[in-house]
Design a protein around this ligand. Structure first.
Ligand code: NDP
Length: 335
């Protein structure tokens, strides 16, 4: 069983030298356990926070242990009445080829149906990132039909689901993404009404002007994935009583400072700004997953994936995700 462990903590930017590839035997199964062969590993921005020792929204990843992370795969051996060999499952198996899971542990494993939804999408649009988009839009932004909602990192795992959920509610959905290819894809394939390329702008003032053109009636709801200059430009366009769901601030994850230029706009526009962690809201997952599964099964959400091959490619692919090199949900394919 090949595994990637966290070998040492980053000093500043994370590097491939922080990780180590090791090979260990899987322990024999005990009663109630199943052996899962992973088909895909999920790479997610929150993993960067876990590599540090300090306070983050996620617990620090212990050194020398398998990197924690979401996985989808197939049960290959079972000593639990709940699972049989051949079942497709989603779990938190980590950066390794196989995992031994106690089937009775709440939330450890979930059977999934791959008839209409490909297995890998259970790590993206019909998984944790999709539910994240759903929670921010439905529970925090609480939009009314006809309003304008914006999301940054619009073509990513969370952003692409957000676009489809917003369009299903009759909203004007505007994305912010890096580069012409991502922006074209956001409009042509994901159904966003417009997409602004933040890389064309050197400062928040210039980006704010471009956003104003894409959002002529102002912004009622913003789903924050990035922080920094993008947040400043959005703040300059928020309507009175707008809502901001703070989901992530990836621009600062690798240690860069992110000063806010216009914090007074929160007061001036009487905004509601709320951070959230999707794992603290398990009660909405069934409803959210049902809607997301239907959007994917009916072709209304066609999420894109960036797929790295083989366990050894995980560190490099993860570092690429932190630099925006991924185009859609970043995965590692194992078989
Ligand atoms: P994505 O698939 O969107 O990948 C990350 C994207 O961030 C990149 O592709 C890049 O897109 C964009 N980005 C923008 N600015 C930067 C920058 N300065 N440096 C690097 N990348 C940048 O990731 P996810 O959809 O998985 O996650 C999106 C956000 O949601 C993250 O901030 C994540 O931490 C957060 N999150 C929070 C959760 C919660 O419970 N609160 C749960 C899940 C995710 P581009 O090229 O367009 O800039």
């Amino acid at each position: 069983n090949q595994q990637i462990v966290l070998d040492n903590r980053p000093q500043g930017e994370a590097t491939t030298g922080n990780f180590k590839l090791v090979s260990r035997d899987t322990p024999p199964l005990e009663d109630g356990q199943v052996l899962v062969r992973h088909h895909y590993l999920s790479l997610d921005p929150y993993m960067r926070g876990r590599m540090n020792d300090g306070k983050s929204y996620a617990q620090p990843q212990p050194l020398g242990e398998v990197m924690i992370g979401g996985t989808v795969g197939e049960v290959v051996e079972s000593r639990s009445p709940k699972y049989a060999a051949g079942d497709k499952v989603v779990g938190m198996g980590g950066w390794q080829e196989y995992s031994v899971v106690s089937a009775d542990q709440p939330g450890a494993l979930r059977k999934v149906d791959t008839t209409h939804v490909p297995l890998s999408h259970y790590l993206g649009a019909v998984g944790m990132p999709g539910v994240t988009a759903w929670y921010g839009l439905v529970k925090i932004i609480e939009p009314q039909a006809g309003q304008t909602v914006v999301v940054s990192a619009a073509t990513g795992a969370v952003g692409s689901a957000y676009g489809a959920l917003a369009k299903a509610r009759g909203l004007r959905a505007v994305g912010i993404a890096g580069g012409p290819d991502k922006c074209k894809y956001a409009v042509d394939e994901l159904g966003f009404d417009a997409c602004v390329d933040y890389k064309l702008h050197q400062d928040a003032g210039s980006l704010a002007k471009a956003l104003r053109e894409a959002c002529p009636k102002g912004i009622d709801g913003y789903f924050e994935n990035v922080g920094g200059m993008v947040l400043d430009a959005v703040l300059a366009n928020m309507n009175a009583h707008g809502r901001i769901a703070v989901c992530g601030m990836i621009a600062g994850y690798d240690g860069r400072p992110m000063p806010l230029a216009y914090p007074a706009l929160i007061l001036v526009n009487r905004l509601k700004v709320q951070g959230f962690i999707v794992g603290e809201h398990m009660e909405v997952w069934p409803e959210a997953l049902k809607e997301l599964g239907t959007l994917v099964a009916t072709g209304k959400l066609r999420p894109r994936e960036s797929i790295a091959q083989g366990i050894a490619s995980a560190p490099e692919a993860f570092l690429g995700l932190l630099k925006g090199k991924n185009f859609g949900k970043q995965l590692v394919k194992l078989i």
